[in-house]
Design a protein around this ligand. Structure first.
Ligand SMILES: NC(=O)c1ccc[n+]([C@@H]2O[C@H](COP(=O)([O-])OP(=O)(O)OC[C@H]3O[C@@H](n4cnc5c(N)ncnc54)[C@H](O)[C@@H]3O)[C@@H](O)[C@H]2O)c1
Length: 277
């Protein structure tokens, strides 16, 4: 297990105040990393995530930065580097979504989603990668995309486009940073139990029940079920993974058509088998 050990390394996680970001920060701390935690000014959960990190015995440096202010991100990355030293792991996790038909998406909504999910990922990574090269760090850059960056879903034209773009951005940076020993990958979750998509313009319970039926594993992921993939990408164990992606979606993308529910129930064909559970 020592190849998953992150002792002596510092990881920056964006969107760390809740949801997946909090789970990622806690898992990285449990693996031994010190943490830089970034979220919006006034984000209520940031201090609580910092407490969770400190409870593991690691150091937490919380920062309040609106990542959509892309013209501030180079100076922000410089400030963090000066305060905490070299960064070894960058987790671009912060993201926003809005459910709206494509013809009703306003310029404000389109650019809000693009700024956080794509522009901020580019400009923050651009500067932090420069520091990693300068510091001769075998850095690990992980961007949290989505299964929606691979296959579309109605009502999320801006979100889908931003996540698909982040996938190709990650591959491009993987090639350009490979000579420096820095790996760049994506982690693409399916449906995860987090507060994202807070405003649902339709019956959320009915939608989620229908969605669960579409998921071969039959349920949404808990945030903690995405952290194993993250630790692989962040650690020495993932040293030959770059320009790649790990999909953590309970089997959704593997299932072209949910046919099993129309088929006869599973029967165990082994002669000695007990009746199927
Ligand atoms: N929850 C899911 O089902 C799911 C599925 C696939 C992908 N994802 C992706 O996982 C990532 C995390 O999502 P989550 O579900 O934990 O969402 P969440 O809404 O629970 O958490 C996102 C965090 O990002 C922060 N954030 C948003 N805009 C920001 C900004 N401008 N500057 C700084 N911080 C900002 C929020 O304050 C929040 O703390 C996102 O990139 C999301 O697209 C989530």
């Amino acid at each position: 297990m020592h190849r998953f050990d992150l002792t002596g390394r510092t990881a920056l996680v964006t969107g760390a105040a809740r949801g997946l970001g909090r789970a990622f920060a806690t898992a990285l701390a449990e693996a031994g990393a010190d943490l830089v935690l970034v979220d919006l000014p006034g984000a209520p959960g940031l201090a609580e995530t910092a407490d969770l990190v400190r409870r593991t015995g690691r150091t937490a440096h919380p920062y309040e930065q609106d990542l959509s202010r892309t013209d501030e991100l180079a100076a922000f990355a410089d400030e963090v580097r000066a305060a905490v030293g070299p960064l070894h792991v960058l987790v671009n996790n912060a993201g926003v979504a809005a459910l709206e038909r494509f013809n009703e998406i306003t310029p404000e909504s389109w650019f809000r989603v693009m700024r956080v999910n794509l522009d901020a990922v580019f400009f923050l990574t651009q500067r932090i990668a420069e520091h990693m090269v300068n510091d001769r760090v075998a850095g690990r850059i992980i961007t949290v995309t989505s299964k929606n960056g691979l296959v579309a879903e109605a009502g999320l034209a801006h979100y889908n486009a931003s996540k698909a773009a982040a996938e190709l951005l990650s591959q491009t940076l993987a090639i350009e940073l490979a000579p420096h020993g820095i790996t760049v990958n994506t982690l693409a979750p399916g449906m995860v139990e987090t507060p994202i998509d807070g405003e649902f313009p339709f019956d959320r319970d009915a939608f989620e029940a229908a969605y669960r039926e579409r998921i071969p594993l039959g349920r949404y992921a808990r945030p903690e079920e995405c952290t194993g993939a993250l630790l692989l990408l962040a650690s020495d164990e993932g040293s030959y993974l770059t320009g790649s992606r790990i999909v953590v979606d309970g089997g959704v993308l593997a299932d072209q058509m949910p046919r099993t529910r129309f088929m006869p129930p599973y029967r165990n064909t082994l002669p000695s088998a007990d009746p199927a559970p």
